[in-house]
Each structure stands twice: as C-alpha cells, then as structure tokens.
Design a protein around this ligand. Structure first.
Ligand SMILES: [Zn+2]
Length: 233
C-alpha cells in the first residue's frame, strides 16, 4: 500500500504555508506510475497555493518493489550526516516487516528483497535506474571510485555526489550533484565496458567492495565520511 499524508510546509519561494500530500511509503508494484515519477524527477513536486511556484519535498519514505526485489529507505539528503543511525533505523524497520517474527509469508518475501538506504532524490533515482539497466550498485560505486582517481580537482565533500543518470548504447552518463563542481564538468560519459571490466575483475576490488556492502548504505560517499562505526562507538 502507498501511504500519503497532508503536511503543511513553508514554500521556499514566498515563505507562506502551503499543504502538500507527502508520501510515507510507496508500493511500486501497485503504483508503477509513482515509480515512473521518481525516474522522471517529478515525484513529490507541488505548486504553492499562494505564489504558484513549484518546489519539491525532500524524500522521507519507504519504497517497496517486490517484483524487482527492491526495498529502499529513502531519507532526506541532509540526513546523510547520520548515515550510520539511518542504516540502523532502516535495518530495524526491515526486520520488523520481513524478519522471522513477521510471519512466514512476509519473511519469505523479505528474503527476495535487497534492502538499501539512500539520501536524497538523485541517489534514489539512481537505484531504480541501475536496476532497470541490470547494473549492480556495488560495482557502480567502484566505477565511480575508479573515475575519481582521474579527477583530483573535484572537491569531494558531503552533499557532492556522482550519480548515474542515463544510459545510451555503449555509454553510461554520470552527473555531479551538489556545490563546488564547475558546470563544464558536471556531466560525463563513461563507456559501459569500463563498468563491465570492474564486474569481471571484482576480486581485485574486494576490500573496498566489502566496505561498500557492509551496510545497506551502498554508496562510495561513506568511504569519505568519518567517523566509522568503530570510531563512533
Ligand atoms: Zn509560495
């Protein structure tokens, strides 16, 4: 079931309070149109009832797609700073819904689902697109790390993220989101073969791949964000 609730928000354009139907959980099996809206970058966009300008809510919902085996906790972009806590929270929700205590049918369903945590719309859209393209998200993050070796001038930091945005023929298109990246360098094409080469030699990436897989937050950004769980404990 997809759940929405009416929320009062302050319009970022005029500052007046306006109401919007905010999603709390989305079932893509029943509402493929909403999944498509995420891919189209239109989901959770609303027009202000005062000034008419449109704006987009930060995401904060659970996403279920049993058909594709995806379950994603999608949090607001800024919450990436609490990614360890968010991953724990997602784990608890997942366990509650699909763990052994949830009943046989739910538990069986849970075993067919890959759980992920994402922050912000570009990361959410990327997980859906990667699935459509049969691209493994761990190998995709390794590809980004490989690309970054050649881009020492990109100011990496929280809120600066590299996302798969499109695929055409033998090319993948990646784009930078966030501050500090010059416009001329925001979009890049990468040969699909480079991704396939990483998949073919994934053993050579084992340590980093293990680090990416160690929580449902499969994102190279966590490798740049300290402190880790041990340091934080
Ligand atoms: Zn307004």
């Amino acid at each position: 079931m997809s759940l929405f609730s009416t929320t009062q928000v302050s319009c970022p354009h005029c500052g007046e309070t306006t109401s919007i139907e905010e999603v709390g959980s989305l079932n893509a099996d029943r509402r493929p149109d909403l999944r498509q809206q995420i891919l189209d970058d239109t989901f959770q966009t609303a027009a202000c009832s005062h000034c008419g300008e449109s704006f987009r809510l930060e995401p904060d919902f659970n996403y279920m797609d049993a058909g594709r085996g995806q379950w994603i906790a999608c949090y607001p972009g800024p919450r990436i700073l609490d990614h360890l806590e968010a991953a724990d929270e997602m784990g608890a929700v997942f366990e509650n819904n699909f763990g052994p205590g949830a009943g046989k049918a739910a538990h069986e369903l849970g075993q067919s689902l890959t759980g992920r945590v994402v922050f912000g719309w570009p990361a959410m859209r990327e997980k859906l697109l990667a699935h459509d393209l049969a691209i493994d998200d761990v190998a995709l993050e390794l590809l980004k790390l490989d690309i970054l070796r050649e881009l020492p001038e990109i100011p990496l930091g929280t809120g600066t993220e590299l996302r798969l945005v499109e695929a055409q023929g033998q090319d993948l298109t990646l784009a930078w989101f966030g501050p500090g990246v010059p416009d001329a360098e925001r979009v890049m094409d990468v040969e699909l073969a480079r991704y396939q080469d990483i998949v073919a030699h994934i053993d050579e990436w084992k340590d980093v791949a293990d680090e990416l897989r160690d929580s449902p937050f499969v994102d190279m950004q966590k490798l740049y964000m300290g402190p880790g769980r041990e340091a934080a404990a």
